[in-house]
Design a protein around this ligand. Sequence first.
Ligand code: HDD
Length: 762
Amino acid sequence: EALSASLPHNPTKPAEYVQGGQVTPAPEGAHAAPDNLDATASTISEDNTSDKNGSKATPGTNPNNGPLQRHRIDSGGRAITTNQGVPVADNQHSLRLGERGPTLLEDFILREKITHFDHERIPERVVHARGSGAHGYFECTEDITALTKAAPFAKVGKRTPVFVRFSTVAGERGSADAVRDVRGFAVKFYTDEGNWDLVGNNIPVFFIQDAMKFPDVVHAVKPEPHHQMPQASSAHDTFWDFISLSPESAHMVMWQMSDRAIPRSYRTMQGFGVHTFRFINAEGAATLVKFHWTPLLGTHSLDWDEAVKINGADPDFHRRDLWEAIEGGAFPEYLLQIQTFTEEQAAQWSFDVLDATKIVPEELVPLRTVGRMVLDRNPDYFFGETEQVAFCTQHVVPGIDFTNDPLLQGRNFSYLDTQITRLGGPNFHLIPINAPVAEVHNNQRDGFHQHGIFRGRVNYEPNSLAGGCPFQAGARGFSSFAERLLAQQATAEPTKLRAKPEKFADHYTQARLFYASQTPVEQYHIARALRFELTRVQTQAVRARVVAMLRNIDEGLAATVARDLGMALPEPLPMARAPVEAPEVAVSPALSLAARPGDGRILARRIALLVGDGVDGAALESVYQALVQAGAVPRYVGARLGVVQTSSGDALPVEVTIEAAPSVLFDAAMLPPGAGAAATMAADGLALEFVQQQYRHCKPLLVPIGAALLLEAAGVTTLPEDGGDPGLLFVPDDQLAGAGEEFIRRIALHRAWQRQTEPPLV
Ligand code: HDD
């Protein structure tokens, strides 16, 4: 009795506590999970007062909390122990012989601590090393059971927990966020029929058509092997050398040079499944499908000059934006939209839907909204969740199947393989963030880091000794779509070969489509990006080959880039196949970022309210409150911390300084209401630079008329000729109190690109 009451029990090993020949059950609560593990109280985000949603979880919690909950560790109120659970009396001093004597080998506590530390790093992802994750849920909003039996779409209103990881591609784990690059958009659905990973990007096409070339394109874009430069950048010789010799990349490169590659936020970019997949319904019938994620806040990007400066001011710009938005309850939300079509339809098109360098234009097959995804919880532990999460394209569930896209087929090999190195063995599915919510039963045993305690002596199938269990699921299980390959190849029996279908050889039709569908300012940005990248390229012949490639896309673009590089226009690159003369769609407005301005909300947008002594406190307070009401994040920005005196003699706290939070970290600004404060700022170089950059980066500016002198001092003396600058809101000083609403409308416009001139005005 006394023994069982005083000793801690391990409830999984009751036999260790035999007393008087009897096995006694562990006392209630002894050595059980710590009682401080409360799903609603254990982390910062769980304290978040915003609503959390779930299908099976208690109302008010994220559905993925349950499965992760038992792995959470909260050391509040607990003593330090070794990894063996031995309480540690002194965690500050190693064991030594005398105060000034040698350290003793006996010190197992020191050795365990340092050995663990020595092994705390795992290899970073070979691509997409830099990323940020979030938990959330997917909700089915339309009945598509006629198309697919996939679990997340089983019923309108059904919610499936998800974990999403956004990433850059080329940069290393510690590289900056706002670089020119493709963004990964990987979603893990923890469905009740197993995990489905939709491992997409924010660009709907890819550089290459065949996985065989993936190591090459990645080697080319990564830092050059001899000196390991440049970091997180495609602006170097090896990348453009590869591109100019791989014309299938022409379409992707147009997207990569566009503003899509410098998104304002993970919350304001689209995601795409890229490949054509298959939906399979309950009857086994297939439909081809493309997946699109569309952010409710619209698609918005940075300006290149701004992005460059952000990388210095806050290299974690996108990570912080996502984290803070979720902590603040401004949960990022995306629609899941699909394009569906039949094999017969696809066969008629001028492009091949198995070619990942091609899109299906929305004007050809419209998007259909079938669900929404809300990201409502930050991870507790970056390494345990965001770093260790393992996405694999081959993780599909009944109702989803592959096509023969040769890029997808190669990916289906690569992802499983890479996790084995990255996560140290074949049992990475046991890591909590990767573990399915669905039960796992099979005879795959052993291996490094096995956590399961399998019962019984049967680890094979078929068996009789375990009653045939686990048994094959038969019709309930995943079975591959019975595709009839011969039907596609009417002329000949397929043979083993290394080749691609004919339509794959058309490299330019859709590159032209993309460029032609951009607004003039987007086209200008593409030219500017090419100029920047190719200026960094040192090899003349590579520059020339890229421009030769551009001539096959758009003669005007090629001429501009050649002029800006100070070179003669080379002959166009020979084409493997002439572009389609009359493509199904020649201009697709949907391809412009402007096509998705968003729903007008400015959630988690960062707004600077410049303050100095003598400002009109009431006017500031009113604009500040209006912004808070709209879900934005206003900040009083001043020359130094402390307070400024308002015109009515009140003290207004300065929240952050220009030095710590320069212009590029804000989406918009209000100049100081009060001529005195404006005049003081006009003599402060940092403040002037702040205003200049707000203007140069085309950001909405609320200008109290009394502070217009600050704008002038910053060099903004000529306004766009037609007066067409929706980003400049001049308001008489006595009307500022009501100006918030109009300011918010201007902020929602994101940028006044009309302001952009070459060279820039300021
Ligand atoms: Fe990939 C990671 C997206 C082609 C091989 N890829 C990775 C991630 C994303 C993509 C979002 C990061 C997942 C995460 O956050 O952990 N990859 C794509 C897209 C592609 C694509 C949209 C083309 C349509 N990838 C691609 C090919 C191969 C790979 C053709 C190899 C043949 N990708 C990998 C990888 C990575 C990876 C080496 C690195 C880390 C990882 O898988 O888990 O296996």
